[in-house]
Structures are given as C-alpha cells and as structure tokens.
Design a protein around this ligand. Structure first.
Ligand code: ADP
Ligand code: ZN
Length: 296
C-alpha cells in the first residue's frame, strides 16, 4: 500500500509516504508558511506518488465534524492566514482518494496505538510539549472529538509555590500551555530549555505542571498509557520527575499496577520517536483507506 501522510505543525510541515506497517518510505519537511504555499508544496509532493489515501494531522483548532459546513477547515487559529482555511477541501479537490483528518495530537495517539508504544491497547493519551502543549485522546479504540476536540493543553493549573511566572497563554495566562510550553520555559528562565543544566530548578517546576495535568487526565479518562512527546520532552530527565509527581498527585487512589508498580512503562516517550507525528498522519490515512477510522 502507498499511503500519503501530512504532519501540519505550526512550525514545520512534513509530507511523506508510507505503508500499512508504519514504515515511512520517503518524507520531506518544510517550515510552515502561508496555507497557499504549503498547499502548493503538498500538491507538488503527492502529484506523482500514486497514493491510495492521505492522512492529515493538523495543528488546530480544526473542524472535525463531517456534517458541519466548515468541516476540514482550520478554525480560530491566531496563525497568520490559516484562520478559516479549507485545508481538507483544497487537497480533496486535487486527490480523489479517502482522507483521514484529525488534530496532530489525535493523529499521534492513533499512530502510537497502531504501531508504537500503545500497540494492542484500547486507549492512550498523547501529549506534545513543544511550542504549544496539545493532548490527543484515544479511548475505547476511538479518537475522541466530542464537541470540538480535546484541548488538554489549556487546562487550568495550580501554581507551584516557588513560581511567580505570570504565564504566556493569550487566552488563559497560566493554563498548562501558558506555564509549561517551550516558550514558557524560555520566558521564565530567560534561556531555552535546551540550554538549561540538568540540575536547574526549571525541570522540577516543569514536571510539577505536566504531572498535575496528567494526574487529572488519568482520573478523568483512565487511559492505559500516557505518551509524552515534543521538543521539551527530549529532556529525558523529565520522565522520572513526572512519574514521581503523578504518583504523588494520585497518592494511591487509583489502584492499578501500572501506576503503583510499573509507572516507568505507563508514562513513556513515543515508541515511534521523532516520527510520531508523521506516522500518526499515516495511521489516519491507513484507517481512512480501510474504513476503520472511528471517532467519538
Ligand atoms: P513544535 O512544537 O513547534 O512542533 P517542538 O516540539 O520541537 O516543535 O517544540 C519546540 C520547543 O521545544 C521550543 O520552545 C524549544 O525551545 C523546545 N525544545 C526543543 N528541543 C528541546 C530540548 N532538547 N530541550 C528542551 N526544550 C527543547
Ligand atoms: Zn491557555
């Protein structure tokens, strides 16, 4: 099978082709510019590739409801030029194949459930911690859309006692994204995360916010695995800090071996590594082709 995949991020835009085993045969990455520019690049890339389906994992907010007049549009993003852009429609008119369309993080969750660290499970959450914070939700074998789609990066936070940073989110100031995204780390400490030493207090504070949100999500959705990706999570020192802090938050209340004894297999990096986003889009394309794309 030849399946097309588009990982449309706020910073980079990746097109690729792959197969039903999750193997990417070819890919190309561009910096994200105007929708017209990116559309041109995607069309040029897929033109001669003879793909049987295309999956798109897009930064949001996006419209996922097939009955909506703006289905397939990027909706309220502040990103210049993208607001109100009919992303799916523009590609559909060029390529008469089945399309999978979802948020970048829902796509990544599906990719992990199909080929990655959550393979064989009925549920997982996928957090990306990068320029923003996003959460993909896969529950009972379906991607969750609900009213719009989950926006778990914007949950409110309880402040760390030593942190007086105001928060960066233009909507909520000190929501999870406002406190824990890569730009929030940079604004708080006046240095990018990449440049902070391993014993810097930034990491404990970062883990405090992420763990708080993850503990809340575990209580609410009871996922079988929590996958943490994105640039900031390249700091592998965060994983033990987050696991300990989630355990402290839950305080023995959720009685499951995964949490009480096997936390290092419960809160994990993406099994698909740096390819999680593109493989996620591939998984959407494959599911669209096979007619197994299910959402709630
Ligand atoms: P995007 O979210 O734009 O798709 P990334 O996931 O790479 O891209 O996130 C970029 C953010 O992650 C930046 O704020 C950057 O400072 C931060 N970041 C990238 N690599 C690292 C790293 N190794 N350690 C800490 N922070 C990082
Ligand atoms: Zn917010």
């Amino acid at each position: 099978m030849r399946i097309g995949a588009i990982e449309a991020g706020g910073t980079k835009f990746v097109c690729g082709i792959g197969d039903e085993r999750g193997t990417i045969a070819d890919s190309i990455s561009f910096p994200t510019e105007s929708p017209e520019t990116m559309l041109g690049k995607a069309i040029a890339y897929f033109k001669d590739k003879r793909v049987e389906a295309i999956g798109i994992g897009a930064f949001g907010p996006i419209d996922l409801h097939p009955e909506s007049p703006t289905f397939g549009f990027v909706t309220t993003t502040p990103k210049s030029g993208w607001r109100g852009f009919d992303f799916l429609g523009a590609l559909r008119s060029e390529f008469p194949v089945p399309f999978g369309w979802d948020t970048d993080v829902n796509a990544a969750a599906l990719g992990e459930a199909t080929w990655g660290t959550a393979k064989g499970l009925n549920s997982c959450l996928y957090y990306t911690v990068g320029t923003g914070v996003g959460v993909g939700v896969y529950l009972e074998g379906r991607l969750v859309h609900g009213l719009v789609h989950p926006e778990g990066g914007h949950v409110p936070t309880r402040r760390h006692p030593d942190d007086d940073f105001a928060g960066l989110c233009p909507y909520h100031a000190d929501c999870l994204e406002g406190m824990a995204s890569g730009p929030a780390i940079e604004a708080r400490w006046k240095a990018k995360g990449q440049a902070l030493p391993s014993d810097h207090p930034a990491w404990e504070i970062e883990a405090y916010y992420l763990a708080q949100a993850i503990a809340g999500a575990v209580l609410l959705m009871s996922p079988e695995k929590v996958v943490l990706g994105g640039g900031v999570m390249q700091q592998s020192r965060l994983f033990p800090l987050i696991r300990a802090e989630v355990r402290r938050n839950l305080n023995g209340y959720v009685v499951a071996n995964e949490i009480l004894e096997r936390m290092d297999e419960y809160i994990v990096p993406p099994g698909l590594g740096q390819r999680a986003g593109l493989c996620g889009a591939l998984a959407l394309g494959l599911a669209a082709l096979q007619g197994t794309l299910r959402s709630t």
